[in-house]
Design a binder for this molecule. Structure first.
Ligand SMILES: Nc1nc2c(c(=O)[nH]1)N[C@H]1C(S)=C(S)[C@@H](COP(=O)(O)OP(=O)(O)OC[C@H]3O[C@@H](n4cnc5c(=O)[nH]c(N)nc54)[C@H](O)[C@@H]3O)O[C@H]1N2
Ligand SMILES: Nc1nc2c(c(=O)[nH]1)N[C@H]1C(S)=C(S)[C@@H](COP(=O)(O)OP(=O)(O)OC[C@H]3O[C@@H](n4cnc5c(=O)[nH]c(N)nc54)[C@H](O)[C@@H]3O)O[C@H]1N2
Ligand code: SF4
Ligand SMILES: [Mo]
Length: 650
């Protein structure tokens, strides 16, 4: 059976080989339009976690502080009755429904529909903590909260800029396109404070100080404008807001950029020259979204507008989105937007004609508002999300979960979050059910069922539809019919044809099938792209902890850690030799890493792979978010996981 890898947003095609209801191996799918017969190490072993000994087999209910086995009937009834009682006591908005970037489009669609049937817009997904700044900035500037170009176009560009992203670690199968690009002479520019393995591809590596990217982008824009290296015709015909933007960047001199970014002036000028070329792809990862946030993306997105690099093959933007369906979850499950767009009466009415009930129109509470206490949430339903590991300042997160009157967790494993639950619902995993997922370049593909779920575990779509039934609603639980329903409720997806989605050789992309968007016009209200002026504060906070990924681990580590042979790893803290000298530490010393939020003992690795003033470690360490401090993006509240002032002592 064909399926899509359950890990990253590349969305590689897999062929599952099953014997006696057990997936015994996987093969890559040669005809898949993006992965083209490649898989990385994680995709190749993904099936091994399906049969981990500690899968959740049956529903659990907390009795006298202990989770005990219960029936589906009891767990569903108890969940809905408790939610209704809590809503009676504290109001409809005292419950929230979060998660689902590892789930299918149909499943996240159902989760937000269930919440709205119960009278609340308190819905959100882990897209919030990841690329929400990208989606928000893109929506405002070009109209659709997704990358404009397909990753398959990388070899068509003359220059590819990769900002704050380690492709070799986080989206390894895309490396085939970078190899092809290099062979054709495409120049690669990397903007990252670290030497990742991907740095060996770079013709120019700008080892920027964390959180200083806006100084670089604004100064480069100013330089391009001053030196007539922009495309005035494109700016005049296709954009709005240029004059104000130009005035704002005029204060960003090369001198200021050098001072703030730590880069050499000649390198900044070289960067400017590269991007004034004709076919440039601007791509980025979490080094922007979880550092300079929405403002950083807005400032970066002005560069393709200035240089006319939009709406063509090999010219545009690529967002390296994270989880298997995070692009889709980010589109469908939001506290302040409906699946059919803006949260207003007209859209609520339109949904009521599809759903048979009218969703409320007051804005809901985001994951961040809820977990960090600015809203009064008493009951929480979490599906496929592990905030006890993945949100910053875990102490606060655990305190919040402990304060709830009801926590329901629907997962495939007993995660650190599930341990806090009153009800645990065992879900079927990706290969045990079917449904569609949207990958990072807007490709939507179907997963086919290869094996039955273990024990009493059931597909999320069936559980959600049973919960709805207990609440008095009739929700469809057939994935194919749900896909069609979703298309009517979410216009972004309405163009898709399910036969194409099921055929891995077809380019089934939303919103309109195009490989690259905006050839004629942008999807903003005026049809023009928007220049948005942004500024940056200066930062001088001493030693900064940056957290990021490595190729063999995955996110909160609950899944890949259950693959035999993948458990062992020794997290280290990368420290530059000059900092090590000042701190009096040596290679392999055990050090104390401390921040305002907490502390952690970790082994130091002294290495030039990180710039002075920055220490780095993997985000997969289950305890790292004891240290990472809760500071959030102004516009989206995405945590600034990439910037925590810390001390390191022997
Ligand atoms: N192997 C593996 N692959 C994954 C995942 C995984 O856990 N493991 N997770 C998936 C998910 S959810 C996501 S969102 C993606 C994330 O994929 P990436 O975007 O690659 O994620 P990170 O490694 O967290 O951060 C990227 C880079 O940002 C750099 N950086 C930090 N601060 C700054 C800054 O201020 N400016 C600049 N320019 N760069 C900075 C870091 O040094 C790091 O190399 O990966 C997906 N793929
Ligand atoms: N310090 C630091 N923290 C970070 C980051 C960082 O760079 N640094 N990155 C952040 C980012 S970008 C992200 S996206 C988050 C990720 O944070 P999370 O989303 O919390 O992490 P995952 O490990 O992807 O969790 C997915 C959960 O879904 C479950 N699951 C998998 N498949 C299914 C299914 O079919 N059904 C159900 N019901 N459950 C399923 C898994 O068992 C797992 O518990 O972490 C964030 N946290
Ligand atoms: S690159 Fe991503 S989608 Fe492809 S096999 Fe690896 S983890 Fe899976
Ligand atoms: Mo992510």
């Amino acid at each position: 059976m064909k399926s899509i890898c359950p890990f990253c947003g590349v969305g590689c095609g897999l062929e599952l080989m099953a014997v006696n209801n057990i997936v015994v191996g996987v093969k890559p799918v040669p005809e898949h339009v993006v992965s083209r017969g490649h898989l990385c190490g994680k995709g190749s072993v993904a099936h091994e976690a399906l049969t981990a000994w500690d899968r959740l087999y049956y529903p659990l209910k907390k009795v006298k502080g202990e989770l005990e086995r219960t029936s589906w009937e009891d767990s569903i009834k108890y969940t809905i009755e408790s939610i209704k009682n809590i809503q009676k006591k504290y109001g409809k908005d005292s419950v929230a429904f979060y998660g689902g970037c590892q789930n299918s489009l149909e499943e996240v669609y159902l989760l937000q529909k269930l919440a709205r049937a119960l009278g609340t817009n308190n819905v959100d997904s882990c897209a919030r903590v990841c690329h929400d700044p990208s989606a928000k900035a893109l929506k405002e500037i070009v109209g659709v909260g997704a990358g404009s170009n397909s990753a398959t176009e990388i070899p068509k560009a003359k220059v590819v800029v990769v900002a704050g992203e380690s492709v070799t670690d986080s989206h390894p199968v895309l490396i085939q396109y970078f190899l092809e690009a290099k062979e054709k002479g495409t120049k690669i520019i990397l903007i990252d404070p670290r030497n990742t393995r991907f740095a060996s591809f770079a013709d120019l590596h700008l080892k920027i100080k964390p959180r200083s990217d806006i100084f670089l982008f604004n100064a480069v824009a100013n330089y391009l404008i001053q030196n007539n290296m922009i495309k005035p015709d494109f700016i005049a015909a296709r954009t709005e807001g240029y004059e104000k933007y130009k005035e704002n960047v005029s204060k960003y001199t090369l001198e200021l950029a050098v001072e703030q970014t730590g880069l050499a002036e000649k390198d900044i000028i070289e960067f400017a020259k590269y991007i004034s070329e004709d076919k440039v792809i601007f791509s980025w990862g979490l080094g922007l979204t979880e550092s300079t946030g929405t403002k950083g993306i807005k400032s970066y997105l002005s560069l393709p507008l200035l240089t006319g690099n939009m709406g063509k093959e090999g010219a545009g933007v690529i967002v390296y989105r994270g989880q298997t369906n995070v692009q889709g979850s980010g589109d469908l499950i939001k506290p302040d937007v409906f699946p059919n767009g803006e949260m207003n009466e007209a859209n609520s009415e339109a949904l009521s004609r599809i759903w048979g009930f009218k969703p409320p129109v007051n804005k809901g509470s985001s994951i961040i508002d809820t977990f960090y206490g600015s809203k009064n949430i008493k009951a929480l339903f979490i599906m496929g999300y592990n905030p006890v590991r993945s949100l910053p300042n875990r102490k606060k997160v655990k305190e919040f979960l402990g304060s709830l009157e009801l926590l329901v967790v629907q997962d495939i494993f007993m995660t650190d979050t599930a341990r806090y639950a009153d009800i645990v619902l065992p879900a079927a995993a990706w290969a045990e059910k079917e449904g569609s997922v949207a990958s990072l370049d807007r490709l939507v593909k179907w997963r086919f069922k290869a094996v039955d779920p273990p024990g009493m575990a059931r597909p999320d779509y069936e559980i959600l539809s049973d919960l709805a039934k207990a609440a008095g609603y009739n929700f469809n639980s057939n994935p194919k019919e749900l896909f069609e329903e979703l298309k009517t409720a979410a216009p972004l997806y309405s163009h898709l044809n399910i036969d194409d989605v099921m055929d891995y050789s077809k380019d089934s992309r939303y919103p309109n099938g195009e490989l690259h968007l905006y050839g004629e016009k942008f999807s903003t209200k005026s049809g023009k792209a928007q220049f948005i002026p942004v500024d940056s504060e200066k930062h001088n906070d001493g030693l900064i902890l940056v957290t990021g990924r490595t190729v063999t681990r995955y996110n909160s580590d609950e899944v890949i850690n259950r693959v035999p042979g993948m458990q062992e790893y020794n997290p280290t803290l990368w420290v530059n030799p000059s900092d090590a000298k000042n701190l009096g530490i040596e290679n392999e010393d055990m050090v104390k890493l401390a921040s305002k939020s907490g502390e952690l003992d970790i082994i130091a690795k002294i290495t030039d792979d990180v710039i002075p003033g920055v220490v780095f470690t993997y985000m997969h360490n289950p305890k790292i978010n004891d240290i990472v401090s809760p500071e959030f993006d102004d516009e989206t509240k995405t945590p600034k996981y990439k910037y925590t002032p810390v001390t390191v002592t022997k």
